[in-house]
Design a protein around this ligand. Structure first.
Ligand SMILES: Cc1cc2nc3c(=O)[nH]c(=O)nc-3n(C[C@H](O)[C@H](O)[C@H](O)COP(=O)(O)OP(=O)(O)OC[C@H]3O[C@@H](n4cnc5c(N)ncnc54)[C@H](O)[C@@H]3O)c2cc1C
Length: 610
């Protein structure tokens, strides 16, 4: 009896989370989306290839040179890693460089960088220190500046943005002990007091980056009666706020991250962002562009590893040859080079699209986060293998015994979290799958939602017939062999993408027809669809960049074309594997076995068997 009750509760909780996310997502696509079209069978290469690469402003270039010199002289990543602290001098220097106001408009005292410029700054930081990158990214990509810029009133912008630009560090507090990937359970409360002048905030926030050193934070809390979630700007020194615990992690050692307690904290009503009930929407929208810092950071990090591996593999001789000349190692080096180019291309294109008017980048930002963090991790793993024991050894230990250090061991510790925070890999896949199915959900309506009945099916028939009668046959039309001829040797890869996008759209449609309302639970199927789309996006990004470089007579254009070719070959193999696995897989068996393991069916395996 109890078991049935708890399953019902779980089902209710799941439905509540789904409803909350549905309510909070942007229902309208405000502009084009290259990736959304991929899921509909259109590879709109011209959308990403026609505009020339956006060059950073002269003002940015000057700032970047100054920042680069300052980072190289003052940021010691080995010390930051060993002490677990940034040091006051680093924070002071970052403030003086204007780093806390990179994305804040000049009228509010910030540097007013575009997203492209901000991305380049994050690439630079990715080369220096991941803890510093996380500090700045948590502050301005998701902390107070971003939601205030997007949702704040004029008064809020005037009050908070100049402070943030001048170095008032901020934080973003959504996660709670029971709320990680599932915001439906958010328990922190905000209730209007009897005077109507303050919200009274209570709750506990977990893993709040910058939470132990910040001056301001954005806090998400819910009205216990209406259940609506709102977002507030909160002064961190308000009475009732305490840091319960400073958290320490595998990497990002200096992260000022903690468990923050709120006990009857008075928050002025003027600090409510947007309207009551908009909290989740604010959090999700903030994270849309906010999560682009991470891909840019991985691009800088990837370059650093590449350089270290090139130097090592050409100098280290074993078995009569530099290790890089042994085929197994050279294959790794080639793969790392292609993926560094791909990570950079995806991160840069995504930032560029975010700057462009008339684009909706929620899918591209998620794809960039997922693609770059996953490929960066693979790259680090290969980098460690290439450097052998010297990859595993700490930099300080290498220095102490007189060897040249390279940041692979620390980079691995620092990078692993990228696949977990700001939307874990699984949540990125789910989010993208939901957006990918959006058109179908609009057309088929309730017919493909969980609990759909025969009435829902019948009700949806007219709109389904109207859309699918022309859309589905169009997915079988071939393309002219002349398309993409101007792309030279990359043309065949782009033709592959064109065909693969149509195949992907057909496959997703077949999945819908086969699984109907159960499709939502078919994560194996949906996640592979997302992987394919991400790879197509990456091939497009690599090819478009190479072509733009060629058009601009860039001296490295030929090499870029070669790297785009190298990457596309590997990506196409992966895509073909995923297509095959969509229908021929062990998903059902794996699920049964996973549940069996969960319920203790294999617990005998966990004990010593001497
Ligand atoms: C170093 C660090 C810094 C952070 N900084 C901040 C911050 O500044 N502000 C903030 O609010 N939060 C922050 N977080 C929290 C971070 O965003 C969460 O860790 C993340 O959202 C995942 O939540 P969780 O760890 O509770 O995992 P859980 O939600 O407990 O998930 C566990 C695993 O299950 C998977 N999973 C969950 N649901 C599903 C599903 N429906 N389908 C498939 N798989 C699923 C997850 O992907 C994950 O692999 C930080 C965390 C860390 C470790």
């Amino acid at each position: 009896m109890n078991r049935v009750a708890s399953e019902q509760e779980l089902a209710k909780a799941e439905a509540e989370t789904r409803d909350l996310i549905e309510e909070s997502r942007d229902a309208d696509w405000k502009g084009r989306s290259f990736m959304k079209d991929i899921f509909l069978g259109n590879f709109k290469y011209e959308w990403i290839s026609e505009q020339p690469e956006v060059a950073p402003s002269a003002r940015f270039v000057e700032w970047a040179a100054k920042a680069d010199a300052w980072f190289s002289a003052n940021v010691d990543p080995i010390k930051i890693d060993a002490t677990g602290e940034y040091g006051d001098d680093v924070i002071k220097g970052l403030t003086e460089l204007g780093c806390f106001g990179m994305k804040i408009p000049a009228e509010y005292g910030g540097l007013g960088f575009s997203q492209v410029e901000y991305g380049l700054a994050m690439e630079m930081l990715g080369r220096y220190d991941a803890s510093v990158l996380a500090l700045l990214s948590a502050h301005q990509s998701i902390g107070v500046p971003q939601p205030v810029k997007l949702f704040g009133t004029d008064a809020q912008k005037k009050e908070f943005l100049p402070r943030c630009a001048a170095g008032a560090i901020s934080a973003f507090a959504l996660t709670e002990p029971q709320v990680g990937s599932d915001p439906g359970k958010l328990a922190s409360s905000a209730v209007l007091d009897e005077t109507g002048e303050y919200y009274i905030l209570n709750g506990e926030k977990l893993w709040c980056t910058n939470g132990t050193i910040c001056e301001l934070m954005v806090v998400m809390a819910r009205n216990p009666e209406t259940k609506k979630i709102s977002a507030f700007v909160v002064e961190a020194n308000s009475p009732g706020i305490t840091v319960k615990h400073r958290c320490h992690f595998m990497g990002l050692k200096a992260l000022a991250n903690g468990v923050i307690l709120f006990k009857d904290v008075k928050v002025p009503v003027g600090n409510l962002l947007g309207k009551e009930g908009m909290g989740m929407r604010i959090a999700l929208t903030t994270l849309n562009a906010g999560r682009l810092s991470i891909p840019s950071g991985t691009a800088g990090g990837a370059r650093d590893v590449l350089k270290a591996c090139r130097e090592f593999a050409s100098e280290r001789v074993q078995w009569g040859a530099p290790v890089g000349k042994h085929e197994a190692v050279s294959h790794m080096l080639a793969d790392m080079t292609a993926h560094t180019y791909a990570i950079e291309s995806v991160a840069r294109l995504s930032n560029e699209l975010a700057d462009r008017q008339g684009y909706d980048i929620r899918l591209e930002a998620s794809a960039a986060k997922e693609f770059c963090t996953t490929r960066h991790w693979d790259l680090l793993d290969k980098g460690m293998q290439v450097r052998g024991g010297r990859g595993y050894e700490m930099e300080s230990s290498l220095i102490a015994r007189g060897e040249k250090p390279a940041n692979i061991e620390r980079a691995m510790r620092d990078a692993r979290i990228n696949r977990i925070f700001e939307g874990s890999s699984e949540i990125m896949h789910l989010f993208m799958a939901r957006e990918a199915l959006d058109k179908h959900l609009q057309v088929a309506g309730n017919a493909v939602k969980p609990g759909a009945g025969i009435g829902d099916m019948v009700g949806a028939l007219p709109s389904m017939a109207g859309f699918y009668s022309w859309w589905y046959p169009s997915l079988w039309m071939g393309l002219t062999p002349f398309k993409y001829r101007s792309a030279g040797k990359l043309g065949s890869h782009l033709r592959f993408c064109d065909r693969a996008a149509r195949r992907l759209a057909r496959t997703v449609f077949h999945g819908m027809a086969r699984y109907q309302a159960k499709l939502e639970k078919k994560q194996g199927f949906l996640f592979r669809a997302v992987e394919i789309a991400n790879e197509l996006y990456a091939i497009g990004a690599c090819a478009a960049r190479a072509q733009k470089m060629k058009k601009a007579n860039h001296p490295d254009a030929k090499q870029a074309e070669e790297l785009a070719d190298l990457f596309a070959r590997a990506a196409r193999r992966r895509i073909n594997d995923w297509f095959r696995d969509m229908w021929r897989n062990d998903d059902a068996f794996n699920y049964t076995e996973g549940v069996k393991m969960l319920e203790g069916g294999y617990s005998w395996l966990e004990s010593d068997k001497i």
